[in-house]
Write a protein that binds this ligand. Structure first.
Ligand SMILES: [Fe+2]
Ligand SMILES: [Fe+2]
Length: 187
């Protein structure tokens, strides 16, 4: 099976900066949650990194193309299934079942919302972003409208945790990799 660096090369082969950064955000968050759920960090990380592998080139075949590409590269069924399940009810009918799958489903859109929340701060950073302000923006549907509030809420429900707790954890996860995401304090 390809390792993390090979996975990162594959991601860059298919995607430009925006989706590469999104992949890094979800990777870091997945690794953070792997520690909480006693999962394998490398596996959870690769799932996060590659979950939108096909999205730039094949948006109409999202998840389906990723399955094809990843099978060709020798990724495990566990990893491929997890990635397919983040499109549950949208582009696949594969339900998130494992902790790894539910976590991916819950954090994918939320990392996008949190990034948007950070970028409108004077600091443009996640380091001084608090749950309170994410919650407020969550309720403002026109803000970062692409980040599906319904999916985020459904993800929290699947994991059986409160939305504010999920937000707090994802903020902490993203702070740990803020420089890679360009969301650290600039001065
Ligand atoms: Fe996706
Ligand atoms: Fe995504």
């Amino acid at each position: 099976m390809p390792n993390r660096d090979e996975a990162f090369e594959l991601l860059k082969e298919y995607n430009g900066d925006a989706l590469v950064t999104h992949g890094l955000a979800v990777e870091g968050t997945m690794r953070y949650f792997a520690k909480k759920y006693d999962g394998d960090e490398e596996t959870w990380g690769i799932v996060g990194l590659l979950h939108d592998l096909d999205y730039e080139k094949y948006p109409e075949e999202h998840c389906i193309k990723t399955q094809e590409i990843m099978q060709k590269h020798g990724y495990s069924e566990e990893i491929i299934r997890a990635i397919m399940s983040h499109g549950y009810g949208i582009c696949t009918d594969i339900e998130p079942i494992s902790d790894m799958e539910k976590t991916l489903y819950a954090v994918d859109e939320l990392t996008g919302l949190i990034t948007a929340c950070a970028l409108v701060r004077p600091s443009k950073s996640v380091m001084d972003l608090e749950v309170k302000s994410v919650k407020k923006k969550f309720k403002t549907k026109s803000f970062a409208a692409g980040a599906s509030r319904e999916v985020i809420q459904k993800g929290a429900d699947m994991l059986g945790i409160e939305l504010s707790e999920l937000m707090g954890e994802v903020i902490l996860a993203m702070r740990a990799i803020a420089p890679e995401l360009g969301l650290d304090m600039k001065e």
